[in-house]
Design a protein around this ligand. Sequence first.
Ligand SMILES: *Cc1c(COP(=O)(O)O)cnc(C)c1O
Length: 409
Amino acid sequence: MANSDSENAGPGTRLAGAGRRPEWTGTPDHPGAVVAPPVWRASTHLYPDVAALRAHPANEDGKFYYGRRGAPTQWALSDALTSLEPGAAGTVLYPSGVAAIAGVLLTVLRPGDVLLMTDNAYEPSRVMGRGLLADFGVTTRWFDPTDPAAFEAAICEKTRCVLLESPGSLTLEVQDVPALAAMAKARGIVTVLDNTWASPLGFAALDHGADITVMSLTKHVSGHSDCMMGSASAGPDWYRRLRLRAQGLGNVVSPDDAALMLRGMRTMHLRLEAETRSATAIAEWLAARPEVSRVLCPMLPGSPGHDLWRRDFTGGCGLFSFVLKGGTSAARDALIDALHLFGIGYSWGGFESLATPVDPQAIRTASAWPLAGMDADDRFGVRLSIGLEDTADLIADLELGLRAWEEAR
Ligand SMILES: *Cc1c(COP(=O)(O)O)cnc(C)c1O
C-alpha cells in the first residue's frame, strides 16, 4: 500500500506515499503499477454514451468530467497536499501563489467587507488589497504583525477576513497565529494564512486556528526553480467554496507542472532540513559580524519571533534577512553584486541560493521600520534564500560581500 494515510508517520514517510493512489498509478489489471503518478494530458474527457454524459456525477472530486477539473495527475498532487495538512478536507491548485491568494480572497470577501492584512505581507498581496480588492468594493487595512492589541483594535463590524503571513517573507516577524485566529474566530472573521515559509511540515496551519492555508508551491514544494503553482487547503466547508470559485474563475494547472511538483515534493523534508541547518549557521555567523545590526531569522535564538517559532513550529527553512549597520543603499547593492554563489532574483526555496535587497520602509504603513530596538540608521536589509550549496562556501562568499560593503560605504 503506497498511500500512507497515517497521521503519525514521519514527514519522509508521508511524502513518499502521498498522492499515490493505486487507481492513479496503474491500470485496472495492475493497479499501482508505476511509482510516480503519470502525466495525464487531457482537455476532453470521454463518456461511454450520451446517457453517461448526461447522468455523470457532475463535478465530483476524483471523477472524470472535463479538463478544467483536472485529471489524475492534478488530483494526485491535491490529494498529496491534503494528506500533509492536518484538518484539511481538500486542496485547490492555482497557476501561481498569487493566483491562490486572489482565488481565496475572491471566495471569502464581498463588496463592503473589510480585509485586515498583516503589514509584513508579501508585496503582491498588498497590491491586491489596494488594487483588485478595492476595485471590487473591499477595503483593506493593515496592522502591526507583532501587536495583537493593535490587531484587536483594528477589527470593525465589517471585518470579514484576516490575511496573515507568518513569518513575513521579507522581515520575518513571526505572528501569534493561535491568538490572532482565536480573536478573529470569536467575531466570525475568517483567518487566511500564507504558510509558504514553513509549509505544512514546519507549521500545521489549520491545527493552529487558520481556516484556510495558502502556499506558493513555486518555493519549497517545487524546490528546483523550474515551475510555478499555488495551493489553498481547508476544512470541508471552505474547501467546497474555494473549489467552486476556482472552477468559476477558470483556474487550472497543467499535468506536466503537477508532475514536477509531485517530484519536488518527495524530497522536500530533506531540502528543508538541510536549508534550515545551513541558514541557521549562516545567521549565527552574520550575527557575530560587526557590519551587521540585526539578523531576522526565526530559527536564531535572540532573533525577533524566535520564542513563538519555538512554541508553534516544527521546522524552518532557508529564507531569512539581515540588516546592516548604517551605510548606504549603494553600499548594500555593492555587497549583493560582489556575491558569486548567490543569484540576484525574486523567489526562494530553490536548491540555489539567492540574495535580494530589502527596503521595508517603502511599503509598510502600519508598523515601524527599523524595528524597535534598532538604530534609526540601520535600514538597509538583505534577504537570503539559502540553498543546498555547502555552508562554508556560502559564508566565504558573504565575507567577500561584506568586504565590498566596507569599501563602498
Ligand atoms: C512567492 C510568494 C507568493 C507568490 O507565489 P508565486 O507562485 O510566485 O505567485 C506568495 N506568498 C509568499 C510569501 C511568497 O513568497
